[in-house]
Design a protein around this ligand. Structure first.
Ligand code: SF4
Ligand code: SF4
Length: 402
């Protein structure tokens, strides 16, 4: 190999191993038992707790990421504040100069923790999930009596200590009537610069571990028509954004499974496996960061487990092709691909494969496409001839009327 090629290969590996942000799921356990949650495990489950990464393991992963140029880390869960070593992990990341983003339900915010965030700010806005504006609605979603009071106390402590945070909401039958109240509350928070984001097309269980809960989650999802109504509350803004989006991202992807950012960064699960994104837990797509397992899987690579995952393992997975005939007939030739949320992670959650169309998401995409004039009522996106869909896409993206 010439020196030049060696140099180029080295540079190539160096660039592909850069990771700007790392997600770490510190635990799947949660002090809430939200009815719609895709991951939560019981707070008190000791067998799960003992399998979680210990402090030193988490810190070594953060160090590996920092060595790869990582600038920020997101701590999520489950409820990340359940970890007794949360403050140690937080301080370790901050001392390495990483900004920290925390996803929390705020129920475990104490005066000490709020004080810590004041003295050593996370560097990123804390994101607080809200499940209701009143005791009845919140506790019904969280499945825990007294949860609302703790949430409210946590949020109050953050405000009193002037810790910057924003809020977001899961839109559920239990709290849907409270939307104006939630938005008025959010609008009064000093760091809310935009309208809050909402979760509404909930994911099924990411570990495919609870079919009874999946049935509940399906019932909690809002219909495609309600999704559209939420998205188009500011219709001109929505249409303008969709025009820009469509111009960049819409169009058939063929049998290539990964057309998204999965694998360009990493999400570390609670047990020390690197995932390509926060949802994708199919066993063929995750890589162990445990040193012994890493040596077994890739002897002599000379790379840290995280760097190996980013530069060798994930790129291999990204080459995977779809083989499911139903996918090849529909999603592979569908011009709504990119606009529709169907993807390997959603297919995994719903069907246990990486390449099965997800009917709920298909209906959501079709309802939106009809609204935008990309489809006519009753049409199937995958049956349109290329000259028909490409003409419609062109008209839509070139239309300057709003
Ligand atoms: S959730 Fe789906 S679309 Fe998003 S990064 Fe993961 S695989 Fe890709
Ligand atoms: S709209 Fe339907 S056919 Fe098209 S990508 Fe989504 S799930 Fe597949």
């Amino acid at each position: 190999m010439s020196e030049y090629i060696r140099e180029v290969k080295h540079l190539d590996r160096h660039l592909s191993s850069r990771v700007s942000r790392l997600d770490i799921e510190l635990t799947e356990r949660c002090n809430s038992r939200c009815i719609h949650c895709y991951i939560n495990q019981p707070e008190e489950d000791q067998s799960i707790k003992t399998r979680e990464m210990d402090t030193a393991f988490v810190q070594s992963v953060i160090k590996q990421a920092a060595d790869l140029g990582c600038l920020s880390v997101r701590f999520t869960g489950g409820e990340p504040l359940l970890r007794e070593d949360f403050a140690d992990i937080y301080l370790f990341a901050r001392r390495l100069g990483l900004k920290v983003l925390i996803f929390t339900n705020a129920r475990l915010i104490t005066a000490e923790l709020a004080d810590l965030f004041t003295r050593i700010p996370p560097g990123k806005l804390i994101e607080v999930s809200v499940y209701g504006m009143h005791e009845n609605s919140y506790d019904a979603v969280a499945g825990v009596r007294g949860a609302f009071k703790e949430f409210w106390q946590g949020v109050t402590l953050l405000q009193e200590h002037q810790v910057p945070f924003i809020v977001k909401q899961s839109l559920l039958p239990q709290n849907r009537d409270e939307l104006p109240e939630f938005e008025a509350f959010a609008a009064n928070l000093p760091h809310m610069e935009r309208t809050p984001s909402y979760s509404m097309n909930f994911d099924l269980r990411a570990r495919r571990d609870d079919e009874a809960k999946n049935r509940v989650i399906r019932r909690m999802r809002i219909s495609p028509e309600e999704t559209l109504a939420m998205l188009t509350r500011e219709p001109e803004k929505y249409i303008k954004e969709m025009r820009q989006f469509a111009a960049k991202f819409m169009g058939p992807s063929g049998d290539r499974l990964f057309n998204c950012g999965a694998g360009h960064g990493a999400c570390i699960d609670a047990y020390g496996y690197a995932q390509m994104c926060i949802l994708l837990r199919h066993h063929d797509t995750v890589y162990p960061l445990d040193q012994a397992k890493h040596r077994e899987r890739s002897p002599g690579s000379g790379l840290s487990p995280l760097e190996y995952a980013l530069t060798d393992f994930f790129p291999q997975v990204r080459k995977m092709r779809a083989s499911n005939p139903e996918y090849l007939k529909r999603c592979a030739v569908c011009f709504l691909k990119g606009f529709c949320d169907q993807c390997p992670a959603k297919s995994w959650e719903e069907h246990g494969t990486l390449d099965t169309p997800v009917d709920y998401l298909c209906r959501v995409a079709h309802t939106n496409a009809v609204y935008l004039g990309l489809l006519k009522e009753g049409e199937n996106s995958w049956k349109l001839a290329p000259e028909v869909w490409s003409g419609r896409l062109k008209d839509f993206t070139n239309d300057n009327s709003c």
